[in-house]
Design a binder for this molecule. Structure first.
Ligand code: RP5
Length: 158
């Protein structure tokens, strides 16, 4: 059963959002991926948010671009933690997405990542789940150590 729901406003968000699915896969976390648009499929958004906790999801990662209302609207429909990923846009570089996601009203937070920050969204979801899952915590520690070990001591010309 999926513990993390990765949702996005459009198929065009998938090249960005798949980094979250990939890192969670590496960490052995079960995910589901869905297209849920705040504007184009509002009923789907409503149903997803209403049923998310009851279905056993623990964290939702929501990515959208432009008028990126999906993460905030999802946060208004579920008590589950929502991690927002602003997707880069052609017109405004993703600053539009970032501003649409980050400035939530009091009471309904969205943990907002950097523009295009889907990999970090996956790691943040894993860190939340690891609070109550020792085996996942150990895998996350190992992942972090491997990243650290891959960083060279000195720069090279390559
Ligand atoms: C948003 O509009 C989506 O999240 C996407 O980032 C953006 C553009 O969508 P498409 O026109 O590519 O479907 O709802």
């Amino acid at each position: 059963m999926a513990e993390v729901g990765i949702i996005m406003g459009s198929q065009s968000d998938w090249p960005t959002m798949k980094a979250a699915a990939e890192v969670l896969g590496e960490l052995g976390v079960a995910v589901e991926t869905k297209i849920v648009s705040a504007h184009r499929t509002p009923d789907r958004l409503w149903d997803y948010g209403k049923g998310a906790a009851g279905r056993g999801l623990k964290v939702i990662i929501a990515g959208a671009g432009g008028a990126a209302h999906l993460p905030g609207m999802m946060a208004s429909k579920t008590r589950l933690p929502v991690i927002g990923v602003p997707v880069q846009t052609k017109a405004l570089g993703g600053v539009d997405s970032l501003y649409s996601i980050v400035q939530m009203p009091r009471g309904y937070p969205v943990a907002t990542m950097a523009i295009g920050g889907a990999l970090n969204a996956g790691l943040m979801a894993a860190a939340i789940l690891a609070l109550s899952d020792d085996a996942l915590a150990a895998r996350l520690e190992a992942w972090r150590e491997a990243l650290s070990a891959s960083i060279p001591d000195e720069p090279s010309d390559e």
